[in-house]
Design a protein around this ligand. Structure first.
Ligand code: ZN
Ligand code: ZN
Length: 383
């Protein structure tokens, strides 16, 4: 797209007589005739307001030959002897006729805001408030950690086994005929195999009867179509807008280039499509009653218990298609003194472990400050 170029003339303030807004084309003050110099901010030009959206200068551009000639003369230089400003393309000072030397300073200007935007520095985090937040969060946690550390510290105490208990149950189970229901297509008549010494059994399927239709599942069935719409937004070009860049020329003039760039807007629209609609339908199938076999508990469990150190199984009579399910439970009760008299219970997992504990025997315990028992060993605590 074609660029539109304008030359904007800056203005300066005379520090000798305080005349303000002197056009840049004047190298001497029209009021007191003093030459423009580098000192006193005399050569820091003012270019007026700039439109924030487009970056376009609000000041009118200049087209006359004198201004354009001054604008294209290059950066100004300042005379070593009298300090006056001079056109970049003249070798001799217009004020005192001294020649431009290698040490003569050229005008250097701050780049304009949108030519070299200053690097964006994120606002410095407010250290002090962060530190306080950190402390505020950490203090309860720290306290919690200290409490946890104190609570988990252990000390050794000596205790005594005051009781041992055992309980054993035997449940008789019989491989018996039972009635069940099942889906017809999953049933086929087979004969059972009865267990030998409580193992090797296979349940049969016999006497399939009383079949009725029942709902077995559901299925999704296509049922026409439906239109589904969603509200969405998309970016579309909505005309164009002017964007300008500006560059200072080192002599009180500024070059501005503007062009029209596409402008984008959010547009909301309805995104619709046609999709298959479904309905849910029950699926029926034949459900039947049949005879089979299953391990079935017979009578209440037989129980034996004692506080001695000779656990035994209760007597149960076994039929030819029976099996026995055994359960055992052991308990060792320990008394110890930790401030006051306390009790701790151990549950040995089998008979051998249970038999290693004797009533009246000394044990050592590791007890935490919070009262939890972490370790129990046979024998006196080591002090
Ligand atoms: Zn003046
Ligand atoms: Zn001079």
């Amino acid at each position: 797209m074609a660029k539109r170029t304008r030359i904007i003339e800056g203005s300066w303030n005379c520090t000798s007589c305080d005349t303000r807004n002197i056009p840049a084309r004047h190298r001497t003050c029209p009021h007191c005739n003093n030459p423009r110099e580098e000192t006193g901010q005399e050569s820091e030009f003012e270019f007026g307001e700039v439109d924030a959206t487009s970056g376009k200068a609000l000041r009118e551009g200049v087209n006359d030959e004198k201004a354009l000639s001054a604008a294209t003369a290059g950066a100004d230089w300042f005379c070593d002897y009298c300090g006056a400003s001079n056109r970049g393309d003249t070798p001799v000072c217009r004020n005192c006729r001294a020649e431009r030397s290698a040490t003569s300073r050229a005008l250097s200007e701050e780049p304009d805001a949108d030519e070299a935007p200053p690097p964006k520095v994120p606002p410095a985090p407010q250290r002090s408030s962060r530190k306080w937040l950190f402390l505020a969060l950490m203090l309860p946690c720290f306290g919690g950690c200290l409490f946890f550390l104190w609570g988990s510290r252990t000390h050794g105490v000596t205790g005594t086994v005051v009781a041992t208990e055992w309980t054993r149950t035997v449940q008789r189970e019989s491989f018996q005929r039972v009635s069940k229901t099942g889906w017809r297509d999953e049933l086929s008549t087979t004969s059972p195999r009865m267990p030998v010494n409580g193992a090797g059994e296979v349940a049969g399927v016999e006497n399939i009867r009383d079949c009725t239709r029942r709902q077995r599942s559901t299925r999704r069935v296509a049922d026409g179509t439906e239109r589904v719409c969603e509200d969405k937004t998309r970016r579309v070009q909505c005309g164009s807008e002017e964007k300008c860049t500006r560059k200072k020329m080192g002599n009180g003039f500024m070059k501005e280039e503007c062009e029209d760039v596409p402008k984008y807007c959010d547009e909301s629209y309805e995104d619709c499509r046609t999709q298959t609609r479904y309905r849910t339908e029950p699926v029926y199938d034949l459900s039947c009653t049949y005879d089979t076999q299953a391990w079935t508990e017979v009578g209440p469990p037989a129980l034996a218990s004692g506080k001695d150190s000779a656990p035994r199984w209760p007597e149960v009579r076994l039929g030819s298609t029976d099996r026995l399910r055994r359960e055992e439970k052991y308990l060792v009760r320990i008394e110890y003194k930790d401030g006051k008299l306390k009790q701790h219970e151990l549950e040995p997992k089998d008979e051998a472990e249970f038999l290693s504990w004797r009533k009246g025997q000394s044990v050592s315990l590791q007890v935490s400050n919070l009262g939890g028992v972490s370790n129990v060993a046979q024998g006196e605590a080591v002090r």
